[in-house]
Design a binder for this molecule. Structure first.
Ligand code: CP
Ligand code: NVA
Length: 301
């Protein structure tokens, strides 16, 4: 069976922990200047239905560092954008490339693509999940504070793809997740039911952050929700991660944001640009964590 990575639930806990260790090793190899090119002539196809800076550059750079190649495919200039069925595109592309990364809207489309692909498919963000970001976030926490199991994470904001991936991370990496979300923007109900043993929902950010070792947030309007920006800004008033909120968390707490960020909306400039913020390490780790993932998927039989 082809091993895909559509959510954090596709890998077992041991493998997810191994990915953190391996990402840290690959980072050290890269920084030492040593060439490590196990994937010469191997090709990653990258389908982007939405914009990206970090995801595109980290996957493309990772493949080049591994001695391989990546192809950027946008709906504007592929037949996918003109209505060629997902099933046909998956079968054709997977006969040519060695792995396929997809960023799209509907998670079901990604699942359909994976069903018809003979090569590993990686979720590079859907409306429902963003698991690659969590690999980088878990690596970053580990580098700064050690093992995350048994710790408390506070996610402040929208019950979106990032929130859902944090919920899966809570059960896979063994931490407690406190989600502070305004009514009407709750995370997926079925996922909440599955993760109820490690996820708590709060309406007050001040309660969710108490004792948190990691505080994180995301934009209030995700890609595809641009027209809701104004109404969301109003509904999320009071959900900003700022100095007052950080003061209620553990005194050793660190701050993460998957980026791009909107300063003075979901996070104050003083926090994201302040001493507790690790967002630049977090962004860099997209590269190392995804190299560990690519290595796993491309070598797995
Ligand atoms: N965090 C993240 O996925 O960034 P991009 O949208 O720039 O890829
Ligand atoms: N929730 C955001 C994450 C961006 C990386 C979005 O989907 O736009």
């Amino acid at each position: 069976m082809t091993q895909h990575f559509l959510t954090l639930m596709d890998l077992d806990k041991g493998t997810l922990r191994h990915l953190i260790d391996r990402a840290i090793e690959l980072k050290a190899i890269q920084k030492s200047g040593e060439l490590f090119e196990p994937f010469k002539n191997r090709v990653l196809g990258m389908i982007f239905d939405k914009s990206s800076t970090r995801t595109r550059v980290s996957f493309e750079t990772g493949m080049v560092q591994f001695g391989g190649h990546a192809i950027f495919l946008s709906p504007r200039d592929t037949q996918l954008g003109r209505g060629e069925p997902v099933e046909d595109s998956a079968r054709v592309l997977s006969r040519m490339v060695d792995a396929i990364m997809i960023r799209t809207y509907d998670h079901a489309n990604l699942e359909r693509f994976a069903e018809y692909s003979d090569v590993p498919v990686i979720n590079a963000l859907t409306d429902m999940y963003h698991p690659c970001q969590l690999l980088a976030d878990m690596q970053t926490y580990h580098e700064h504070r050690g093992d995350i199991s048994g710790k408390t994470v506070a996610y402040i904001g929208d019950g979106n793809n990032m929130c859902h991936s944090y919920m899966n991370a809570a059960r896979q990496y063994g931490f407690t997740l406190n989600v502070a979300v305004p009514e009407g923007f709750d995370p997926d109900a079925a996922l909440l039911k599955e993760t109820g043993h490690c996820v708590n929902i709060f309406r007050k950010p001040e309660e969710a952050v108490v004792g948190a070792h990691l505080v994180t947030t995301d934009v209030w309007a995700s890609m595809g929700q641009e027209e809701e920006q104004a109404i969301r800004a109003e509904r999320f008033t009071g959900y900003q991660v700022n100095d007052e909120l950080m003061a209620l968390a553990d005194k050793e707490a660190i701050f993460m944001h998957c980026l791009p960020a909107h300063r003075e909306e979901e996070v104050s400039a003083s926090v994201i640009d302040g001493p507790q913020s690790v967002v630049w390490d977090q962004a860099e780790n997209r590269l190392h964590a995804q190299k560990a993932l690519l290595e796993l998927l491309l070598t797995k039989k």
